[in-house]
Write a protein that binds this ligand. Structure first.
Ligand code: C2E
Ligand code: MG
Ligand code: MG
Length: 599
């Protein structure tokens, strides 16, 4: 072997030192990099022995510096993590075995794990060419929690913490997928609170909010583990009954109804609410999401029409009725243009003065093929479709034009829908119609029904105030059939209460009706409002309502609604008996009080 000269040896040694120094510098730099990373790093060699790691790695898993050194085995590291409780899951042995086999597979791995200590760690595992691997560990607890919170927000109603509409649709979609795969059936219940808005309006939003929360809890308490209740918005809720048959869904609806019988105590106030419930069962009542919800909605709609707190199962007749309503709607659009609508007028008499006080305008629709369609059929359709706004405008103009030809102490009453108050420009419409007819504003009385008179009370109130400032009068129609009638009377500026005819007609055989009829007269008296009794059909009813203090009466006994020509003849006849006293012009005889024959 050739001898290397000393000078050469020195050179080689120097080069070696330089290389070592470079390597050391490199290692120092790498260390600095690894130590300053925001994430935990661990590098193992092919024998699964730790070669590189940083403080962050130790901190994440609560490992002690003195327990870890170069060469510590992966298994040992895992065992130390088990001791520190920074492993994943309850089964420590299983966890260690699982990780050992995972790193043995020599492929890229990664995932997010929640440690037993609560932190969420995002991990990557990258095999190295030399048979070892490098893994990174990042604490993403905060991001993860934030994301979870955002997801929760996206799928839950913040007020009640119930699932929201988005989640409900998602779960409903899953239920349909299960149905397609496994068959069976499930049910959807749509719920809508009765009388929520007046409570919200009169007792305040804080009470309303609390009521909704408690309502959510009460219905949820009735559910099984596979069912969900969601708030769909406002005071609408829906329930998905995971494995519902017709019978079990109706049973649940009944349970919910009775759970709502007990009043709610909200922030010191006591509130009673029920709910209308519509039920539909898949696949019988709908084979997709939209169809099933539509069926449940139709059933709910039918329940709401029936009475407060009613429960209705979907039936095909409801669908037919809905398409019937659509037919009516399109025919009604034509009716105005085609002149198929006209007004009848029903006299209202003043019982003290025994004279006509005014006439109520009642809409009539004579369809060319279907004949007379009653208002009870088409008014609701007109309200739902918004057609009531232009129709109502026409009624106002027409009624006022007719009243212009009557003696000027005779009032005209016009029915107005809540929608007109809300959507139509009622103040302008009324002003225009008054101006066009020349009728004095104090001869116009607008009748509002309490059942429809529920929403946006502040705006309604403002519209009413403006009209009253003009001199227009307001009557609360069908009193007693709607919601919190008394609350409305106090909150809104009515001049008159019209007690519903159903109470008057029940007078003959219901002592309860007698109590209500006279109590309403009393309320009117105390609040300084006039009272009118509607639906008087017998002389005895007339005597009764007069005796308990009603100022005015209206009903078939006096006259059925009559055509405008009949009204003119009637008023002319009254004038024929004119005496010196102008106010006596329309004095009614006993015969007049029963005008039946004239109509
Ligand atoms: P309403 O305003 O309470 O009108 C009184 C209803 O009771 C009328 O029914 C009238 O014909 C009926 N009636 C009067 N006296 C008696 C009686 O002695 N016995 C019985 N059984 N019924 C009597 P109609 O004309 O069928 O109207 C029904 C409802 O339709 C009205 O109830 C009103 O709410 C609505 N309506 C009628 N015309 C209009 C309108 O132009 N606009 C709006 N928004 N609603 C209207
Ligand atoms: Mg009326
Ligand atoms: Mg009425």
């Amino acid at each position: 072997m050739a001898k290397v000269p000393a000078t050469e040896l020195d050179k080689l040694k120097k080069r070696l030192y330089r290389k070592e120094a470079e390597l050391e510098a490199l290692e120092l730099r790498s260390r600095a990099i690894v130590d300053n990373l925001a994430i935990g790093v661990s590098v193992y060699d092919k024998k699964a022995r730790l070669v590189v790691w940083n403080q962050q790695f130790l901190d994440l898993y609560r490992l002690r510096t003195e327990d870890i050194r170069r060469g510590t085995t992966f298994r040992r590291v895992l065992e130390l993590r088990v001791t520190a409780n920074t492993h994943v899951g309850a089964d420590a042995g299983g966890y260690v075995a699982d990780r050992m086999s995972a790193v043995g597979e020599a492929r890229r791995l990664g995932g997010t794990h929640r440690l037993n200590t609560g932190e969420v760690i995002q991990m990557t595992h990258q095999p190295l060419d030399d048979g070892g691997w490098v893994s990174t560990h990042r604490d993403i607890t905060e991001v993860y929690n934030l994301q979870a919170e955002l997801t929760h927000l996206a799928y839950h109603d913040p007020l009640t913490a119930l699932p929201n509409r988005t989640q409900f649709y998602q779960r409903l979609g899953q239920a349909f997928a299960r149905l397609a795969a496994n068959g069976g059936s499930f049910a959807v219940l749509c719920l809508d609170l009765d009388g929520f808005k007046p409570i919200n309006d009169t007792l305040g939003h804080a009470v309303g909010d609390d009521l909704l929360r408690q309502f959510g809890r009460r219905i949820t308490a009735q559910l099984g583990p596979n069912d969900i209740a969601a708030r769909m918005g406002g005071d609408e809720f829906a329930i998905l009954l995971g494995s519902g048959t017709v019978a079990s869904a109706m049973e649940l609806a009944e349970r919910i109804r009775s759970s709502l019988e007990r009043p709610f105590e909200c922030l010191g106030e006591v509130a009673s609410v029920g709910a209308g419930i519509g039920v539909a069962v898949a696949p019988d009542h709908g084979t997709d999401l939209d169809q099933l919800l539509h069926s449940a909605d139709l059933a709910l709609y039918a329940a709401k029409r029936e009475r407060k707190g009613a429960i209705r199962m979907f039936e095909t007749a409801l669908d037919a009725a809905a398409s019937g309503r659509r037919n009516i709607e399109s025919a009604l659009r034509q009716a105005l243009e085609n002149g198929e609508l006209h007004l009848f007028f029903q006299p209202i008499v003043n019982l003290e003065a025994r004279r006509f006080a005014g006439f109520e305008a009642l809409l009539r629709w004579e369809h060319p093929e279907l004949g007379n369609i009653p208002p009870s059929t088409f008014i609701p359709v007109a309200e739902e479709s918004g057609l009531i706004v232009p129709i109502g405008e026409w009624v106002l103009r027409e009624a006022l034009n007719e009243a212009a030809g009557w003696p000027d102490y005779i009032k005209v009453a016009v029915n107005v829908s809540a929608l007109q108050l809300r959507r139509g420009n009622l103040v302008a419409t009324v002003c225009n119609a008054l101006a066009a007819s020349g009728v004095a504003s104090n001869r116009l009385e607008l009748e509002l029904t309490e059942s429809l008179f529920m929403e946006q009370s502040a705006q309604n109130l403002e519209t009413m105030r403006q009209l009253r400032d003009l001199g227009v009068r307001f009557a609360l129609d069908d009193f007693g059939t709607g919601f919190s009638a008394l609350g409305y009377l106090l909150a809104f500026p009515f001049d008159k209460i019209k007690i519903d005819g159903s109470f008057v007609r029940a007078l003959d055989d219901s002592p309860e009706a007698r109590t209500i009829v006279s109590a309403v007269a009393d309320i009117g008296h105390r609040l300084g409002m006039e009272t009118t009794a509607e639906g008087i059909e017998s002389a005895e009813q007339l005597r009764n309502v007069h005796a308990v203090g009603y100022a005015e009466a209206q009903g078939y006994l006096i006259s059925r609604p009559m055509s405008r020509e009949a009204v003119r003849r009637l008023l002319d006849g009254a004038f024929d008996r004119m005496t010196d006293e102008p106010m006596a012009a329309a004095l009614l005889t006993d015969d007049d009080i029963a005008l039946q024959a004239a109509s």
